[in-house]
Design a protein around this ligand. Structure first.
Ligand code: GDP
Ligand code: MG
Length: 163
């Protein structure tokens, strides 16, 4: 059975942009179970010859930008339960938010690989700013730009290595 990787994080950090980049040329399977906490997209992809499934959590329900912290927590807990590794995505443009700290607290207790992806690192200034995410207590992070693909190769190398 191929491994499952979940992408978690608060709304608007770029999870779906990254997911779509990963599964391009392949078809995403939309889970028929809907609702803010359950709605998610599944896709299959591969990297360095390794096949795995990806889950993009949240963001498919109209108005879900108003998602509450407790709902994010539920999504993260679901993701922890069903995946073999987790990509926790944050947004350097917004910096560390209380919701990021909340999710980080849940993920620090997890006994599965957690890769911290600092997204929207579009320029050198943002690369400098990304250091603030060390404060989440998750160790090393991967600066990426999901729109251009910059840095995503390094993240995926580390991910398949950890699977
Ligand atoms: P989600 O809610 O976490 O799934 O986030 P989305 O993938 O829907 O992206 C939210 C917004 O961030 C969209 O307008 C994206 O175009 C934008 N975005 C995603 N990745 C990047 C990036 O690397 N750089 C910049 N500047 N914007 C990005
Ligand atoms: Mg989304």
């Amino acid at each position: 059975m191929s491994s499952i990787v979940a992408i978690v994080g608060r709304p608007n950090v770029g999870k779906s942009t990254f997911f779509n980049r990963l599964i391009q040329r392949r078809e995403a399977i939309v889970d028929s179970v809907s609702g803010v906490t359950r709605d998610r997209h599944y896709g299959k992809t591969d990297w360095n010859g390794r096949n795995f499934s990806v889950i993009d959590t949240g963001g498919y329900v109209v108005g879900s930008d108003d998602i509450f912290e407790a709902e994010i927590d539920k999504q993260v807990e679901l993701a922890i339960g069903e995946s073999d590794a987790i990509i926790f995505m944050v947004d350097v443009e917004e910096g560390v938010t209380p919701m990021d700290e909340d999710v980080a607290q849940l993920l620090r207790k997890v006994n599965k690989p957690v890769l911290l992806a600092v997204n929207k690192v579009d320029n050198a200034k943002r690369l400098e700013n990304a250091v603030e995410f060390y404060s989440l207590g998750l160790g090393e992070y991967y600066p990426i730009a999901s729109t251009s693909g910059s840095g995503t190769g390094e993240l995926l190398d580390a991910l398949v290595e950890a699977l």
